[in-house]
Write a protein that binds this ligand. Structure first.
Ligand code: HEC
Length: 200
């Protein structure tokens, strides 16, 4: 999800598929489940049980859902010529729709009170990145901004859902850019604020 992604890839007009953090793996965040203090805190105010970290939600729901949406409409330059990819059958549109639903609802999960960035400490992956404790502090101190940025992601998801329901591949493609900006706006605020890149 770093700006360098824009420079990568052989395909024309394909939203970059890989959105993973370069120096971290999901397995670094494994273990220590559920998070006892967060679970206890949540149990007091609501019937929810927090089991996954923000990083795990990124890895399991947000990133795969966005990747599917980005990959669903594309113009791909191959040796054989230009391949125009888009959903055709009702079943294909339905599959794209399922991923939009996941993205929209995952935005709600992200902002649940007590949700931790990571179950275990994760060091900064590179220059300009925060470690998981620093990211946590920043989110705790600016939770309203975090919520706003998650809502922005959700809004792009809702717009994407309308494009899907209208079977509009051009709109779906255009919204791929809006989704990517929504991801970056939050990452550049809470994950790698010191990279010197500005996003809207
Ligand atoms: C509201 C804030 C927010 C939004 C929106 C957001 N992310 Fe994240 N994302 C985070 C935070 C916080 C982390 C963890 C940072 C850390 O580890 O310090 C993260 C981490 C990640 C990771 C690394 C996960 C891992 O296990 O290494 C990926 C991949 C990712 N995000 C993809 C996305 C994609 C794709 C989108 C948009 C579709 C997105 N994110 C939108 C806040 C956000």
């Amino acid at each position: 999800m770093k700006p360098v992604r824009w420079a990568l890839g052989f395909a024309i007009g394909v939203w970059p598929a890989a959105c993973a953090a370069p120096n971290r793996s999901a397995s670094e965040d494994a273990g220590a489940h559920p998070q006892p203090s967060a679970t206890a805190a949540a149990a007091k105010d609501a019937p929810f049980r927090l089991t996954a970290s923000i990083r795990e939600l990124m890895d399991s729901e947000v990133d795969p859902a966005a990747d599917y949406l980005w990959g669903s409409v594309a113009s791909i330059s191959t040796r054989a010529g230009l391949e125009e990819r888009q959903p055709h059958t009702d079943e294909e549109w339905l599959e794209v729709r399922r991923h939009a639903i996941t993205l929209i609802e995952a935005s709600n999960l992200l902002v649940m009170k007590g949700r931790r960035v990571s179950a275990t400490f994760v060091p900064a992956g590179g220059a300009g990145e925060l470690d998981s404790n620093q990211a946590q502090q920043k989110i705790d101190a600016n939770h309203d901004v975090f919520v706003l940025l998650a809502q922005r992601l959700q809004e792009t998801g809702i717009d994407t859902l309308s494009a899907i329901d209208g079977k509009d591949p051009a709109k779906l493609f255009e919204l791929g850019g809006a989704i990517d900006e929504a991801c970056e706006s939050c990452h550049v605020t809470f994950w790698y604020p010191n990279l010197g890149t500005t996003y809207r």
